[in-house]
Ligand binder design. Structure first.
Ligand code: 9ZP
Length: 307
């Protein structure tokens, strides 16, 4: 008789948390994360919907991510903010770890961008104001996210944006004692991170600038056929300027994508920039003239109507 490796047996349609006695019915696959798959699940007793991250222990052992997942659980469960995805609970069985997370039924901004090609400036302001609110909460608690990207900005049925995947988040150490670990998404890594000077708050500002550029243009600012070419473009902060960008958007991107981390704006500076403030009058006018609503579904093949 061949004994399957713990966690190799197929995931059942019902998943139990032995600690609380709670049973979840597994629904559709939402996507693949670094350490495992993510499913929409229904808590059988209440009918409530969640996103469940399922992490095979074997995968953790193979990728050496056990400490990272432990850190994510420990850090995330103490956070509570309307623009940070809630980690409701975590549990495990012989073969897997499970993170029960707040479900954001419209998917990620990366999904919405994929369905739309690129987003208009007013809607990017609408989304990024909420991301900045969540990020101010993290920075205010001395944390750096270290992997900000559109696929980590999730959108609820009520159009609330929440920052997810805190697996790489760490305490923001003073410049002298930062981590040299090269982590995060290669195309959103800041020059100081490439040069092993570590992630600080300013590296999150750089990544947010990359997310802003990507949302407005439909492609990341730094791309390269080879990794060395990508790194050269990042170090020189050399990126193409799409013609449709407004002067305010170009000016804000130049500030956020400054190769010198000390020269980059704070989150408050970003919110005070004309890219955001100039629009307030527009918003005031347009909300008087006609009810401008921003609603997004993922279009064909994407998500159904909002929950
Ligand atoms: N996406 C297809 C269009 C490609 C979806 O259908 C989809 C639908 C979702 O909800 C119905 C959804 C994501 C994609 N929701 C969701 N995903 C999360 C998430 C919360 N809600 N998270 C909470 N913390 N981290 C995130 C993360 C892991 C569960 N995700 C997704 C990132 C990629 C897959 C799951």
């Amino acid at each position: 008789m061949v004994l399957g490796h713990a966690g190799d047996e197929p995931l059942g349609w019902y998943i139990g948390d032995a600690g609380s006695g709670t049973i979840y019915k597994r629904g559709r696959l939402l996507g693949e994360g670094t350490f495992g798959r993510c499913y929409e699940v229904t808590e059988v007793s209440s009918g409530r919907l969640y996103a469940l991250k399922v992490i095979p222990r074997a995968r953790l052992a193979a990728l050496g991510g056990g400490e990272r997942v432990e850190r994510e659980q420990e850090l995330h469960r103490h956070l509570s903010h309307r623009h940070i995805v809630r980690l409701h609970r975590h549990f495990s069985d012989r073969g897997r770890l499970y993170l029960l997370l707040e479900l954001c039924s419209r998917g990620s901004l990366a999904d919405i961008l994929r369905a739309r090609g690129r987003l208009q400036e007013p809607e990017v302001r609408f989304y990024l104001r909420q991301v900045i609110s969540g990020l101010r909460y993290l920075h205010g608690r001395g944390l750096v996210h270290r992997d900000l990207k559109l696929s980590n900005f999730l959108v609820t049925g009520r159009m609330q944006v929440k920052i997810g995947d805190l697996g790489l988040a760490r305490g923001a150490a003073p410049a002298g004692r930062r981590w040299g670990a090269l982590c995060g998404t290669p195309s959103y890594l800041a020059p100081e991170v490439l040069d092993r000077r570590g992630h600080g708050v300013a590296s999150d500002i750089w990544a947010l600038g990359c997310a802003l550029y990507t949302a407005l243009s439909g492609r990341p600012p730094f791309k390269g056929c080879q990794r060395w070419e990508l790194y050269q473009h990042i170090r020189g902060a050399r990126y193409p300027l799409p013609p449709q960008l407004s002067p305010q958007a170009r000016a804000l991107l130049a500030l956020m994508l400054d190769p010198d981390p000390a020269a980059r704006p704070s989150l408050q500076d970003v919110l005070d920039h004309p890219f955001f403030t100039q629009s307030l009058e527009e918003n005031a006018e347009s909300s008087v003239k006609h009810d401008t609503k921003i609603t997004h579904s993922l279009g064909g093949g994407g998500l159904g109507p909002p929950a």
